[in-house]
Design a protein around this ligand. Structure first.
Ligand code: MRU
Length: 346
């Protein structure tokens, strides 16, 4: 099945509504910035690279019908749209990167006519999409060399087609390894509370006919103890200058388990996920989400007593010392640290 997570169709944004999966593959049209903000907040579109693409198209959507008369007016509208979109979710670097990228195009071409600037913003947004397709394939190509025939790989959350445009980062590595003829099995960790592993990763892998076994998050240690996991590969939402990597809550515990069991722990992410302005993971803002995601969402009955106190951080930070390598579109960063990151990303 050929699916495209996000695209521009009939003068609006088309996304796969990921909250409907695995039950239904349903597309949703986004007509304005407010709708996009909600779609991001509610994880209808999610995953760092997909958010970067959504950001570019979203800014274009916000200003394409602008009636501004001067660049000053136009630029003020752009700023407003950028700030609003950036307030949807705080952790994924790509969302901000996408916004900054298209806004920069406007700034650089301030002397062009406003229709021309709009056109340039649109082209830049489309370029983000095309680049994502290429960078995921590059990550897949490089990362697949780290995977052996008959490996069993464990992953968490969804860093696949649905988190990018059409290939994935962590799952892209697996897809490429399989394309090369390697026989790979995957354990998908369900990823409480929103179950991206159960709903999205296992759906994607089943579609691709790649053997996948769904596990609860708290089963990873047992699998490793039983020698059933050869490698762990995850995506990332934001990577600090020293290599500390924020990703879906539960990633850090997998990295700790890998260190104990002597299992390679890889992160796969494009250069656009790096935030060299953040010295370490301590500077990364971790999104906290609605407690109801833990107490009841997706279930007909509440699964916790009404009013119970809940802590619901959506991401955690894996210290770089626990990461065997970061697979990027610019190369593999082994033993990620400030120096090695700089050398590969340049
Ligand atoms: O809350 P989500 O579903 O947006 O979290 C997504 C992740 O944690 C992914 O692993 C990350 O964005 C990388 S996607 C290639």
């Amino acid at each position: 099945m050929n699916i495209e997570t996000i695209s521009w169709q009939n003068n609006r944004i088309r996304i796969i509504d990921q909250t409907k999966l695995p039950g239904r593959l349903q597309y949703l049209y986004i007509n304005n910035l407010r709708e996009l903000w909600r779609a991001i907040k509610e994880l209808k579109v999610r995953g760092a690279p997909a958010l970067g693409a959504a950001a570019g198209l979203g800014i274009y959507l916000a200003v394409k019908d602008s009636r501004a008369k001067t660049f000053g007016e136009f630029s003020a509208q752009l700023d407003l749209a950028a700030k609003y979109l950036a307030s949807s979710r705080p952790t994924a670097r790509n969302l901000f990167w996408g916004i900054e990228r298209v806004c920069r195009v406007a700034g650089k071409n301030r002397n062009a006519s406003l229709p021309r600037i709009k056109e340039l913003i649109f082209q830049e947004a489309l370029r983000i999409i095309e680049e994502d397709k290429l960078s995921c394939r590059r990550i897949g190509e490089l990362g697949s060399a780290l995977i052996n025939d008959r490996d069993t790989v464990l992953t968490v959350c969804n860093a696949g087609i649905l988190a990018t445009i059409d290939y994935g980062t962590a799952l892209g590595v697996i897809y490429r390894a399989v394309e090369k003829g390697k026989r790979i099995k995957v354990y998908a960790s369900e990823t409480r509370p929103l179950l991206q592993g159960a709903r999205l990763t296992s759906w994607e892998l089943k579609n691709k006919k790649i053997p996948v076994t769904l596990i609860c998050d708290n089963m990873a240690a047992t699998l490793m103890q039983q020698g059933k996991v050869a490698k762990v590969i995850t995506g990332a939402d934001r990577i600090a200058a020293n290599g500390d990597s924020a990703n879906k809550i539960g990633t850090y515990s997998l990295a700790v388990l890998c260190a104990y069991h002597n299992i390679p722990f890889y992160i796969a992410a494009p250069a656009s996920t790096f935030d060299l302005g953040k010295r370490s993971g301590r500077d990364i803002i971790i999104e906290e989400r609605d407690p109801r995601e833990i107490t009841g969402l997706f279930f007909r009955q509440p699964i916790a007593p009404r009013g119970v106190e809940v802590y619901n951080p959506a991401f955690d930070v894996t210290p770089h010392q626990l990461i065997t390598a970061i697979i990027t579109d610019k190369g593999i960063i082994r033993k990620p640290c400030r120096k090695n990151i700089k050398r590969v990303l340049k």
